[in-house]
Design a protein around this ligand. Structure first.
Ligand code: SAM
Length: 308
């Protein structure tokens, strides 16, 4: 009788998780999963946290990549240090979203900051972040300046009596609970609770794929503020080239400051360690590639009101 060949033990198929944010454009980026650390359909969104061989811990919300351990420093530094050093003397800061607390950790490196409030809609994001991103959450929750509020950022800015120098909208993409954070009403709420000369920064996706997300935000912000523009950063995990962060303020000089001004403020803040942001990177980040500059300029043109 022919020898039975030992059947090779089939290695269990590795799970792959796809980013489905760009399904409407007809493509996906998929990530091999080493281990799923946390997966839940929360009251607000589908949340999966997993170990990825190259990117380390990765968080996805409703199929959109949020952060990866490998490159989170780029986004967290650019969403915090740029507005805070542009403002120059931020005392009261608000973060809308920001559940993983990566941005909060960067904001609290600024000694001028006296109070940091974070309004995050999903308590589960904070719960898992405390377990899996203690490097962010432990120092943040131990800092007396920090206050965490569970709630909808749009409702908060519409009602709060608090006033802020800087508002950072670290939201998901305009889908699910994050959709409201890209609307005119929310931006008007932010304007309402910004102090004179305050600055608003919002994450606005990757213009190469999501140009209308950026231009729609810019045109809405332009109706509320004297100026609205964007700055860019290269974030490997957000495919599609540059990521855009919109900035709006009545003080248009905020995005035209020279390197020596930002460098002086950085020295005064104690020149804490960064891995992407520098005073030069801050100034250069506002130099938009032409296709972005033209889209922003068109969107930022004040709308001719119907009145003669
Ligand atoms: N920094 C990463 C990025 O930009 O991809 C992560 C963003 S952070 C995880 C996005 C957070 O926004 C999520 O924790 C989500 O729960 C929260 N969020 C979405 N809609 C919100 C809303 N309306 N009010 C407050 N937080 C909201």
């Amino acid at each position: 009788m022919a020898e039975k060949k030992p059947t090779a033990t089939k290695r269990p198929e590795k799970r792959w998780i796809a980013e489905t944010l760009f399904d409407d454009l007809g493509f996906r980026m998929t990530f091999q999963v080493e281990r799923v650390l946390y997966e839940l359909q929360t009251e607000h969104q589908h949340l999966v946290l997993f170990e990825q061989p190259f990117f380390g811990k990765m968080l996805m919300l409703d199929g959109a990549t949020q952060i990866s351990k490998k490159d989170e420093f780029i986004y967290q530094e650019m969403m915090s240090h740029v507005p805070l050093f542009a403002h120059g003397n931020p005392r009261d800061v608000l973060i809308v979203g920001g559940g993983d607390c990566g941005i909060a950790e960067e904001v609290l490196k600024h000694k001028t900051v006296e109070r940091l409030t974070q309004v995050e809609i999903d308590p589960k994001v904070i719960e898992f972040a405390k377990e899996h991103f203690p490097e962010f959450t432990t120092p943040v929750f131990a800092d007396k300046r920090f206050k965490s509020i569970i709630g909808d950022g749009a409702k908060y800015v519409a009602k709060t009596e608090r006033r802020f120098d800087v508002i950072i909208v670290d939201s998901t993409d305009p889908q699910g609970p994050g959709k409201i954070l890209f609307g005119q009403k929310f931006y008007a709420g932010c304007r309402r609770c910004l102090k004179k000369g305050g600055v608003l920064v919002t994450q606005n996706g990757v213009p190469f794929f999501q140009k209308s997300e950026l231009t729609s935000s810019i045109s809405k912000l332009r109706r509320l503020f004297a100026g609205a523009t964007c700055y860019i950063a290269a974030i490997p995990i957000y495919i599609g080239g540059h990521m855009a962060m919109a900035m709006a303020s009545d003080n248009k000089r905020l995005w035209r400051q020279p390197v020596h001004t930002i460098a002086q403020r950085y020295r005064k803040a104690g020149s804490f360690k960064t891995m992407y942001w520098t005073p030069e990177v801050q100034v250069a980040a506002f130099a938009q590639p032409r296709f972005i500059a033209e889209a922003v300029a068109k969107a930022a043109k004040p709308k001719r009101s119907g009145r003669r």
